[in-house]
Design a protein around this ligand. Structure first.
Ligand SMILES: NC(=O)c1ccc[n+]([C@@H]2O[C@H](COP(=O)([O-])OP(=O)(O)OC[C@H]3O[C@@H](n4cnc5c(N)ncnc54)[C@H](O)[C@@H]3O)[C@@H](O)[C@H]2O)c1
Ligand SMILES: [Zn+2]
Length: 667
């Protein structure tokens, strides 16, 4: 390429990259995958290396992130928040290692390796042990003041009694996979556009002008750096992380010290597999020179530290064929087009369906039936069509048109203003009714085991139920004639249905499927009002006084209880004996301090023997187990903990010291 061509291409790339930065950092709505973006960025970087005379200070390769939004207060960072250089393979990691060694005059550095969570960087300040300010990275110099929003993150301590008078830390705020799936499902049901990945969902949630919205989003945070270590006796990054953990900050246990770059490369391979088991999305590893004195000698470039690098996992994508596009009608009436795919293995599991969300997205991506497509998993979890491989078209592909009538009931569909979805407006639509019942029995709602969609379908078709309340009148002789229903499974099912009556107000509220009321908000409402009756009597103003309840939710709740059909359903549920109050007596198994938790104790404890401690765990409602697995809630590590601790670290399971454990249960 000659200079003139290079100049033109460079300008083109800069324009494109700036546009995508804006979509990603400012609007939280990227249109490219990270891999596609990274390829453009790489091309620019390489051209600039080849033609250094074309480098300008305002090139995206020299600047951090995006502009802070004006709507927020601005925070000037005392110490800038930088970006990280990227490595995409083992060779590039070795090249990084060579550069480091060269700059250190031949010394061999150790590397501290952490999981690179795909969230957004935050700077947190504690004064006299109190959380006083939190900010986004912004352009690296100036970020947005999101203090109030950060306060809604439950795992972020607001008080750190042991902290020095001024403490500034950096970390990553993120949305766990489960919360991401739930949020996108809710948004789809509400006719809102979905988030492309947990990173954008987290950024979009934290950069909300109304902290109530943030509070509903189940965000989490891990701290990964001390901004300043002056006056502290800390000489390595590993020690800094341990120290932060001891102060009471959440530090990701997914971290390991490596003696050399080959160990780092082996670890990268290990974590590329492990990532699918983690409850949050990681897009790679962050590798940092461990000794702080060496970090200091290495220093920074304009955009990133020379002592650290991000290793990015290769994009996990697969090619397959769209065999059909089906419409499903959800419980809120939204018609969702779903691609039926030729089954294909991607990111740890076989995928055969992918939501196409709505007509606009199908048109934008131009997905047709019969197309070859690339798919990936958004946030390592939600299957999605990345793009169509148009070069593989035969001409026989069929364009998809959104039906004008509901496939379940024939009603003419509507597209409410401001929504991306079309809906079936018929509230007696059989498909909506079926999905409402499926939602009612689901895990986070009434949790009726053995009542999957197939059984619900049979019950509806046999005319045994018309709504969720009818479930409570089912008898064994009703169930026995159903296909594949033996005596034993019928009895189990009836037992599960009966047991669900005691599920409690929170899950019941969620089960009712009131618009905008997610599982978390339902719990809050239950705790606040204590009974269905009191909630039903609440006015919109009263509701809005609760943190987490915004005007939309308040309105939806009032409307729900004003509706005659809903009132009838509630009366039927009540008559069937479904509990409509929170427990007056707080001592039920469900609110014992360790309810629902599986605990592994390893090593020697100082206050009591392991057997005693395990008995205590059981008394407090938990389950004591002798081996660490994905189901373990946390591990208590005493003296000389051994291999269980290693395993817990590898699986990303929280590890508590003995002291932290006593504190947890004495609260
Ligand atoms: N899809 C798009 O259109 C688009 C647009 C712009 C940027 N992007 C993505 O964003 C990337 C650039 O973003 P960036 O500048 O934030 O850089 P980066 O994400 O590559 O790395 C820096 C960030 O890593 C995070 N991080 C996570 N764990 C960490 C840890 N343990 N220690 C230190 N940092 C940790 C921090 O937030 C830090 O700011 C690109 O590589 C691309 O993948 C995508
Ligand atoms: Zn319908």
């Amino acid at each position: 390429m000659d200079m003139e061509h290079a100049r033109r291409r460079i300008e083109e790339l800069r324009r494109e990259i700036r546009r995508h930065n804006y979509l990603y950092y400012v609007l939280d709505q990227p249109v490219l995958t990270d891999a596609e973006y990274d390829a453009l960025y790489r091309e620019l970087l390489e051209l600039e290396e080849q033609y250094p005379e074309l480098i300008t200070a305002d090139s995206p390769t020299r600047r951090v992130g995006g502009e802070p939004l004006k709507a927020f207060g601005q925070v000037r960072h005392r110490i800038p928040l930088l970006s990280l250089d990227n490595a995409f393979n083992a060779e590039e990691l070795r090249a990084f290692d060579r550069r480091v060694k060269q700059n250190l005059g031949g010394e061999d550095p150790e590397y501290m390796v952490e999981a690179k969570i795909d969230g957004l960087a935050v700077a947190l300040t504690y004064e006299q042990g109190r959380f006083v300010q939190g900010a986004t990275r912004g352009d690296g110099e100036v970020g947005e003041d999101i203090t109030e929003n950060l306060k809604t993150i439950q795992t972020l301590p607001l008080e750190l009694p042991k902290a020095p008078p001024l403490l500034e830390v950096r970390g990553e705020a993120f949305m766990p996979k489960k919360a991401f799936v739930r949020l996108n499902a809710e948004r789809e049901a509400n006719g809102e556009p979905v988030f492309a990945n947990p990173r954008n969902a987290a950024a979009g949630s934290l950069r909300q002008l109304d902290p109530k919205v943030t509070a509903k989003r189940s965000l989490a945070v891990f701290i990964y750096a001390l901004a300043q270590t002056e006056g502290l006796e800390i000489s390595t990054h590993a020690a800094a992380l341990d120290w932060l953990e001891q102060l009471g900050l959440p530090v990701n246990p997914q971290r390991r010290l490596c003696r050399d770059i080959e160990e780092v490369i082996a670890l990268a391979e290990e974590w590329a597999v492990l990532r699918h088991q983690l409850p949050y999305d990681i897009d790679g590893l962050v590798i940092k020179v461990n000794k702080l004195s060496q970090q200091q000698r290495l220093g920074f470039t304009a955009k990133s530290p020379r002592w650290a690098i991000a290793y990015k996992f290769p994009a996990e994508q697969a090619e397959t064929v769209v065999e059909d596009i089906e419409i499903t009608v959800g419980r809120t009436g939204v018609l969702t087009p779903t691609a039926v795919l030729r089954p294909v293995f991607v990111a740890g599991s076989t995928v055969s369906r992918a939501s196409l969300h709505n007509q606009d997205i199908i048109r934008e991506k131009d997905v047709r039936i019969g197309d070859h497509v690339l798919i990936h998993k958004a946030g390592d979890i939600i299957p999605e069509v990345v793009r169509v491989l148009k070069e593989k078209r035969s001409g026989l592909e069929r364009e998809f048109v959104m039906p004008e009538h509901c496939p379940a009931c024939g009603s003419k569909v509507v597209r409410p203003e401001g929504e991306v979805a079309v809906r079936c407006p018929n509230r007696f639509c059989p498909a909506q009714n079926r999905e409402a019942i499926n939602h009612f029995v689901s895990r986070e709602a009434m949790n009726i085991e053995g009542l999957g969609p197939a059984v619900v379908n049979q019950l509806l078709e046999a005319g045994l139920i018309r709504d969720a309340a009818d479930l409570y009148n089912l008898r064994e002789e009703d169930l026995l004639p159903l296909e594949r229903m033996g005596k034993k499974s019928a009895q189990n099912l009836l037992q599960a249905i009966a047991a669900s009556k005691e599920r409690g107000l929170g899950p019941l509220l969620f089960a009712l499927g009131i618009r905008h009321v997610g599982a978390k908000a339902a719990k809050t409402l239950a705790r606040h009002f204590g009974s269905m009756e009191k909630l039903a009597a609440a006015t919109q103003e009263e509701l809005q006084q609760i943190p987490e309840v915004g005007p939309k939710m308040a309105e939806a709740i009032v409307q729900f209880f004003a509706d005659e059909h809903n009132r009838n359903l509630l009366n039927k549920l009540k008559a069937a004996g479904v509990k409509m109050e929170e427990d007056a007596d707080p001592v039920t198994v469900d609110n014992l301090p360790l309810a629902g938790q599986t605990v592994v104790i390893t090593g020697t404890l100082s206050r009591m023997g392991r057997k005693e401690a395990e008995a205590l765990v059981e008394q407090l409602g938990g389950k004591a187990s002798s081996s660490v697995s994905k189901k373990t809630s946390f591990v208590v590590a005493g003296e000389n903990p051994g291999s269980k601790l290693e395993k817990a670290r590898a699986l990303g399971i929280p590890v508590l010291s003995e002291e932290e454990f006593w504190q947890k249960i004495s609260n």
